[in-house]
Design a protein around this ligand. Structure first.
Ligand code: 13P
Ligand code: SF4
Length: 341
């Protein structure tokens, strides 16, 4: 049994119903209604502890609705969270997301304590490549700069010239001013970027275990059966991207919904992300398919509470890695968010 599972349950008070009425209303369409009274005592306890500690909670858009809407001070995609960490003035940051996101926050704010509630919250892309792999690629392609996706370890970032996310990958690649760029580790994102630039990309064979599972047949089914417009994350396979109306990062999908206001849409991406957007666009009907990221799901209200209470698990990165990885991340921040919607 994990330590957080042994925590005493914060107790229900009748006043919670009144104090969190607006939140409960927001959560009602997103989580089973029987769960809301179970979440509220934890949400209340976390919000109190967070205030006591002077902490800031950052949550990625793939976090479950009770975390995203209930306890997060800052929400966003991986670029948004990195930008927020660089600018944040709290000394304690809790990252509700996966390990590489907490590492990016620590690299950009090394003097702060950065906590992740579960150290096992990984990412199939980040674990697909090592620093030694990057050095071997450089030896094979002398002179070609390395652009790494944010979904990589601190050690891989330290071997890279620049970092990108899906919100600025094309622009970061082009900012290198090279005819050939080593782009890693997501092969599908790399192929999508290749289709939008003249720069030659050397790709790696990393895959997101959540997005690689979508099929073109599922996309066609959503359109034909439900008349839905289709939006997909660029980590999906190329044959899925070929079927959709818009390909974009997590944030760009939200902006596209704002602009197009479709009656029905299928978001071909992570489920919680679709749930979190659903509450912002009540006039749009959201059609599945979706897949849950098992790593994002490791973060729970219970382990966020334990993280704040016991100041665990603090991210530690060797100073020489921080310095090199920070230079690569800062190159990305200088490019900023450039995706066109
Ligand atoms: P974003 O960069 O869009 O936040 O996506 C991160 C991620 O892990 C997608 O699967
Ligand atoms: Fe990694 Fe995919 Fe999960 Fe994103 S959804 S954190 S890329 S495994």
């Amino acid at each position: 049994m994990t330590a957080s599972a042994t925590l005493p349950m914060p107790v229900w008070r009748d006043e919670l119903e009144h104090e969190y009425a607006a939140l409960a209303e927001r959560l009602e369409p997103l989580v089973p209604c029987l769960e809301i009274p179970l979440h509220l005592p934890w949400i209340d306890a976390i919000n109190k502890l967070k205030k006591q500690r002077g902490a800031v909670i950052m949550a990625h858009s793939y976090q479950s609705p009770e975390i995203f809407h209930g306890v997060a001070d800052i929400t966003g995609d991986s670029l948004g969270l990195a930008q927020a960490a660089a600018e944040c003035d709290a000394d304690l940051i809790v990252v509700c997301g996966v390990h590489f996101m907490a590492e990016s926050a620590k690299i950009l704010a090394p003097e702060k304590t950065v906590l992740i509630p579960d150290l096992e919250a990984g990412c199939s892309l980040a674990s697909s490549i090592t620093a030694a792999d990057v050095r071997a690629l450089r030896a094979l392609h002398p002179g070609a700069p390395v652009v790494s996706y944010a979904n990589t370890s601190a050690a891989v970032k330290a071997e890279s010239d620049a970092i990108c996310t899906s919100a600025n990958a094309v622009q970061v690649v082009e900012s290198m001013g090279a005819a050939k760029v080593i782009f890693l580790p997501d092969e599908f994102l790399g192929r999508h970027v290749s289709s939008q630039t003249k720069v030659e990309l050397v790709l790696w064979n990393g895959r997101c275990e959540v997005h690689e599972k979508f099929t073109a047949q599922q996309a066609r089914h959503a359109r034909e059966q439900f008349g839905a417009m289709l939006v997909a994350h660029p980590e999906c396979p190329p044959e899925v991207l070929a079927e959709v109306d818009f390909v974009g990062s997590t944030t760009a999908m939200g902006k596209w919904l704002e602009r197009e206001k479709p009656a029905r849409v299928a978001l071909i991406t992570e489920c919680s992300m679709a749930d979190n957007l659903r509450s912002q666009f009540p006039a749009t009907e959201f059609i599945k398919p979706c897949n849950l990221c098992p790593h994002m799901q490791r973060i729970t209200l219970q382990n966020i509470y334990a993280s704040l209470r016991d100041l665990r698990h603090a991210i530690e990165i060797a100073p020489e890695v921080v310095v090199r990885a920070r230079a690569a991340l800062e190159r990305m921040l200088a490019v900023g968010r450039r995706e066109t919607v």
